[in-house]
Design a protein around this ligand. Structure first.
Ligand code: CS2
Length: 505
């Protein structure tokens, strides 16, 4: 790695940023929960474009949309950003080369685990007008059986009991809004930017369910405040953002001559579609290409099913076939064929294209994005948290096809490949990429695997008894049986043979 000392690295990073004709925001209109790579390469970049546009137009108050970034537990990003003057580099990676940019829109950074009271006071601060979230599908604490708040979860119980130090995003938001309602009652927008169907309504429901469980003394004023002064627009977010590795740190050092410990790699493609329902203003994110639309739920379905759903199949089949990365996986002809089949025959029928979207072009663009070999997006990253991701991707399209009398063989294959990776039976070894997948359901899946002697036992335990894919599919024996058959085929003959079996119907 090119040796660039930290101190000179920092001043060069700051110089690279401040040398551009742009200023830092001086006020913090946004509190963002989830200071991960995705937020730093997506919302932060749109916010920079909005600030640049407002500043170059000389608008009063142009610099009011700085972002206070709140990490959840790990301090690695917040510490590094603080050591780097709150700056970091976005490295856009395409097969043709790299390009670099420094958004520089954060005005502070801290972790919720270390300073829970500060999350509450930041959301309550009158200067805050948007609280946004990228906390992953796993951060919403809802029950797979019902879709409602997971009231029995110890973390939610904790947050219901402790107003000052909430630990879950929903607890943090409600406690912040409670304090806001009490202190001044200024309006605010809660903006979910996670891959959840109807993410705004979903978040609104969980927030209101949590608030409804508070004792009257705590809830007083809050319920009316939520109804009258808070909005929850839905959004569709899209940009493939892999994890940071030394390779990207090296690219920054070699390309720009400074050391950045927390650069963010990202593909060139980026998209953001939002409902324009902001209670207290918003940055002009359209300056960065964001689209304000009344068709967000169509965009969201399109993306969660065609992109994310197909991505899961590519990740699990790839991992089982020894592929470390998505481009390596989709480069295998049998996986590309399965991906096209699941996308066209099983996801597409339940999707209505938003106005002006050409579905054939959308599909081609997806395959082009997945083939970006320079990006090195890992199958283990996409395969991580499958228990919460698949629940967003598979049940509705599967149930729609089953109701129409059609077996969704490739959705059953996706589920079977997930189980082969995460709950390997007997002596089956799913390989290192599956072993690297992290999942909150791993302990429950391992228990189910150890108690099962056949693929049928396992599929029944997990899909029927544990409701892995929610309540509706739990009752669809034909889907569970097909998943079990395909799992059995993977265990006996491998992923390729099982895919051939699924593809034939
Ligand atoms: C991926 C997404 O990890 C996953 O499950 O499908 O993170 C995907 O890369 C993004 O949603 C793209 O916008």
């Amino acid at each position: 790695m090119t040796e660039v000392k930290a101190a000179s690295g920092l001043s060069r990073l700051s110089a690279a940023y401040d040398g551009a004709p742009r200023r830092r925001p001086s006020r913090s209109g946004i509190v963002h929960l989830g200071l991960g790579n995705f937020h730093r390469a997506h919302q932060a970049v749109y916010t920079r474009a909005a600030l640049d546009a407002a500043m170059s137009g000389g608008q009063a108050g142009a610099d009011e949309w700085g972002i206070i970034g709140v990490g959840s537990r790990s301090a690695s990003v917040t510490d590094a950003m603080k050591a780097q003057d709150l700056l970091y580099t976005v490295v856009e990676i395409s097969p043709g080369g790299e390009s670099f940019s420094i958004p520089g829109v954060h005005t502070d950074a801290f972790t919720a685990a270390a300073e829970p009271e500060r999350v509450v006071s930041s959301i309550a601060a009158p200067s805050t007008r948007i609280v946004s979230l990228t906390v992953t599908e796993n951060g919403y604490f809802y029950s797979p059986r019902t879709g409602h708040l997971a009231v029995d979860d110890p973390a939610i119980q904790h947050d219901l009991a402790d107003a000052a130090r909430p630990a879950t995003p929903i607890g943090q938001i409600v406690r912040g809004l409670q304090s806001r309602a009490r202190a001044h009652g200024e309006p605010i927008t809660v903006l979910s930017c996670d891959n959840l169907a109807d993410n705004g309504h979903h978040t609104e429901r969980l927030v209101k369910e949590f608030a409804g469980l508070l004792p009257e003394a705590e809830a007083s004023g809050l319920i009316a405040f939520l109804e009258q002064r808070v909005t929850f627009p839905s959004t569709m977010v899209d940009r493939i953002v892999p994890a940071t590795t030394d390779h990207y740190r090296r690219l920054v050092a070699d390309g720009l001559g400074y050391r950045d410990d927390v650069p963010v790699p990202a593909e060139p493609f980026t998209m953001w579609v939002l409902e324009d329902r902001f209670a207290a203003g918003r940055p002009a994110w359209e300056a960065g290409g964001a689209v304000f639309s009344d068709e967000v739920s169509r965009y969201e379905q399109l993306k969660v099913r065609l992109l994310n759903g197909t991505h899961s199949l590519i990740a699990y089949l790839g991992a089982l076939s020894g592929a470390a990365t998505i481009p390596e996986s989709v480069g295998k002809p049998f996986i590309e064929a399965a991906a096209r089949q699941v996308l066209r025959a099983e996801y597409l029928p339940s999707v209505t294209a938003p106005r002006g979207v050409d579905l054939a072009a959308y599909e081609e663009q997806l395959f082009e994005r997945w083939r970006n070999t320079a990006l090195g997006h890992r199958t283990s990253q996409v395969g991580t948290d499958g228990s919460v991701k698949l629940r967003q991707r598979i049940p509705e399209p599967a149930v729609a096809l089953l109701d129409a009398g059609t077996m969704p063989h490739l959705l059953a294959l996706t589920t079977a490949a997930y189980l082969a990776c995460l709950a390997p039976l007997g002596g089956f070894d799913p390989g290192p990429h599956a072993a690297a997948m992290v999942d909150p359901a791993r302990p429950a899946l391992a228990r189910a695997a150890s108690e099962s002697s056949t693929a049928h036992d396992l599929a029944r335990r997990v899909l029927h008894d544990q409701h892995l894919l929610g309540g509706e599919l739990a009752g669809r024996d034909e889907f569970i049986d097909r998943t079990a058959e395909l799992l059995d085929a993977i265990l006996r003959h491998g992923a390729m043979a099982a895919t051939a079996e699924a593809a034939q119907g």
